[in-house]
Design a protein around this ligand. Structure first.
Ligand code: F6R
Ligand code: MG
Ligand code: MG
Length: 365
């Protein structure tokens, strides 16, 4: 059986308006590029946006990290950037390390999540895409989906899942990785992934079949000016059913919005609000952070779909809760834990302030 590769590659190449959304003409430019230049390369593709990020969902048979596929995606973003520049959209080209500087050092490149697998007789997948947060935002839901029996009934009662799953965790600062065998190592796993600013679940594998179940976009953090930068709005792919968690088990963790880092200036904690595609436009304080879940059935690599899962009214309550949490967090203003800790801030004036007051700093008796 030939293998299929599912590649999700995203970039912010210009916001419409501010950092809130993507202009439809940019999406059209990216689509045009994939359908012409990608004609002989891709099996299928779907282009959309979540907040200010363009999302390229592509299938092909070239495996992960394929230079031609990555070039194709890059060029699609370049085409979109050309229009962003013409329209003077905000931060045009920001994730392409390019000409336009939007006031911070973000945008070390597009985010990528890819997996290669043998397509099963039926292959349901969910593509999660988030805006205004970081890759560690997936730690909490991935733990619940693949390791928490209170979320995923299959871990308890499905013989194809009862052995559990392996979690590959990356340390984004030391650039090291480790695999935890769950359930027996869940306490060790949680020590690390409970700190999502540093440790990220990169991939999850079935212990029954060895097959990949999930992959996320993570990227190394780089120490610049005494702070770690390079966090990026993340994507994640999850395979479902028949020995993997059911679609409903994969979506359920998002019914209770968890707090993630990101939001305004990448420097605040806030609730991750599940949204349908039509509502993935972060407005309030540039947020709250959004997550969209698109479902596809793969058919010989063709993307049959999408199903816009969080448009479902059963997520209305989660949105209401997220709004309540947002009210509360916003009431804290510049105080932690709404604002991130000093070493995690994406924007900071601390060195300047310290310089300004240096002559007035006195020892405490
Ligand atoms: C967060 C984000 C926005 C911007 C904010 C300030 O990831 O993209 O919240 O950080 O709008 O943007 P600048 O500094 O470009 O004016
Ligand atoms: Mg932006
Ligand atoms: Mg974004």
């Amino acid at each position: 059986m030939p293998k299929v590769t599912l590649s999700v590659i995203k970039a912010d190449v210009g916001g419409f308006v501010g950092h809130s959304s993507v202009h439809p003409d940019l999406l059209e430019a990216a689509r045009n590029h994939l359908s012409t230049a990608g004609k002989d390369m891709l099996i299928d593709f779907y282009v959309t946006h979540v907040g200010d990020d363009i999302e390229l969902i592509m299938t092909h048979d070239k495996g992960v990290d394929n230079p031609d596929i990555h070039q194709l995606a890059w060029d699609a973003f370049v085409k979109a950037t050309e229009i962003a520049k013409k329209y003077k959209l905000y931060g045009a080209g920001q994730d392409l390390l390019a000409d336009s500087f939007s006031g911070n050092i973000r945008g070390l490149g597009p985010g990528v999540a890819e997996m290669e697998f043998e397509e099963r007789p039926s292959e349901p997948v969910v593509v999660f895409m988030a805006d205004k947060t970081e890759p560690g935002a997936w730690n909490f839901p991935l733990y619940k989906i693949f390791a928490d029996p209170f979320n995923t009934a299959g871990l308890v009662i499905d013989p194809k899942m009862h052995k559990g799953f392996d979690f590959e965790v990356h340390d984004l600062i030391e650039h090291k990785k480790v695999v935890f065998h769950c359930p027996e190592e869940i306490y060790d796993l949680l020590v690390l992934i409970g700190a999502p600013g540093r440790y990220c679940v990169k991939a999850v594998y079935s212990r029954t079949t060895g097959e990949i179940g999930a992959v996320s976009s993570t990227q190394r953090l780089n120490l610049l000016a005494g702070r770690y930068v390079g966090k990026d709005d993340p994507v994640c792919i999850v395979r479902c059913q028949s020995g993997m968690p059911a679609v409903g088990e994969v979506l359920d963790p998002f019914a209770k919005p968890h707090l993630v880092a990101g939001w305004m200036r990448g420097s605040h904690h806030g609730p991750l609000m599940p949204s349908g595609l039509d509502h993935s436009t972060p407005t309030r304080f540039d947020g709250p952070p959004r997550v969209v879940a698109l479902g596809f059935q793969l058919a010989n690599g063709k993307l049959i779909g999408p199903q816009d899962f969080f448009a479902d009214p059963s997520y209305d309550r989660a949105r209401a809760v997220a709004n309540e949490i947002a009210d509360y967090m916003r009431s804290l203003g510049p105080f932690e834990p709404h604002r991130l800790g000093l070493e995690e801030l994406e924007y900071t004036t601390l060195p300047d302030v310290m310089k300004k007051i240096s002559g007035r700093l006195e020892p405490i008796e």
